[in-house]
Design a protein around this ligand. Structure first.
Ligand SMILES: C[S@@+](CC[C@H](N)C(=O)[O-])C[C@H]1O[C@@H](n2cnc3c(N)ncnc32)[C@H](O)[C@@H]1O
Length: 236
């Protein structure tokens, strides 16, 4: 009987050996990561990577003074020129970093995103600040859901590399832009810089230009001097 009790205790001890409490903390941390990204599973490696952080943390990062320092939004707005009265779609609007600034400059903004949490945050921001010229538009991962020649400009900041099947996607974007309008892509240089996603998620300028050529764009104005870590491509 005593032997049987000892055997049962031994088996119980073996079965509880691999509970999180008994594992080292790095392994528990990995589990939290995996569980989180599984729960948040989004199409594309860039989205999987981004959603390892909570939307709350992402919003804090996107709207931080550190981001302002390298993003230089005033310079970007100057680069865009007079946008008063223009209709602009901001694809991957996120927290509304650029959508709000464009609206403040007198544009009518369509803040497009795939993510309900970001859109909820932006909706609150719009209501709190009584902003009337931003429409929030939930779009699917594979289409900007633009009507033909609906907008004067499409702006896509730090989001181009999140899109899959880009030549097809940006051909749809092109149809949504008026003949005199433009697509503006702002994204990270493909080099080891202190900001942005991992190197293998970043896209070099020549790849973006060649994809956009496939999508039907024929004229490109590439700026590499305005911002320290990002290029700006104006495509028509
Ligand atoms: C890195 S954030 C950039 C947010 C914002 N543009 C900024 O500069 O602060 C990427 C954004 O793109 C959105 N996104 C990801 N895949 C997308 C897709 N296929 N179509 C539209 N938006 C997408 C994400 O939900 C997220 O809001």
């Amino acid at each position: 009987m005593k032997n049987l009790t000892l055997i049962i205790l031994f088996v119980l001890c073996l079965s509880c050996k691999d509970t999180p409490r008994n594992r080292d903390t790095s392994q528990v941390k990995d589990d939290v990561h995996e569980h989180h990204s599984e729960k948040q599973s989004k199409p594309g490696a860039a989205n999987e990577h981004m959603h390892r952080s909570s939307v709350e943390d992402l919003v804090e990062r996107f709207e931080s003074p550190e981001r302002d320092a390298y993003q230089k939004p005033q310079k970007v707005l100057e680069f865009l020129g007079d946008i008063q009265g223009q209709t602009i779609m901001d694809i991957g609007a996120g927290s509304g970093y650029f959508s709000v600034k464009l609206a403040e400059r007198g544009a009518t903004v369509i803040a497009a995103d795939v993510d309900d949490e970001f859109q909820g945050f932006l909706q609150d921001r719009i209501e709190k600040n009584s902003i009337e010229n931003i429409e929030i538009r939930k779009i699917p991962y594979d289409s900007p859901n633009l009507k033909e020649e609906e907008v004067d400009m499409v702006l896509i900041v730090n989001t181009y590399h999140h899109i899959e099947n880009r030549p097809e996607y940006f051909a749809q974007v092109r149809k949504g832009i008026k003949p005199k309008g433009a697509l503006i892509v702002i994204d990270f240089f493909k080099s080891e810089i202190p900001v942005g996603p991992p190197l293998d998620h970043k896209l070099p300028i020549d790849v973006v230009v060649s994809e956009l050529k496939k999508a039907g764009y024929t004229s490109f104005d590439v700026n590499v001097d305005l911002l320290p870590y990002q290029y700006i491509i104006k495509a028509r």
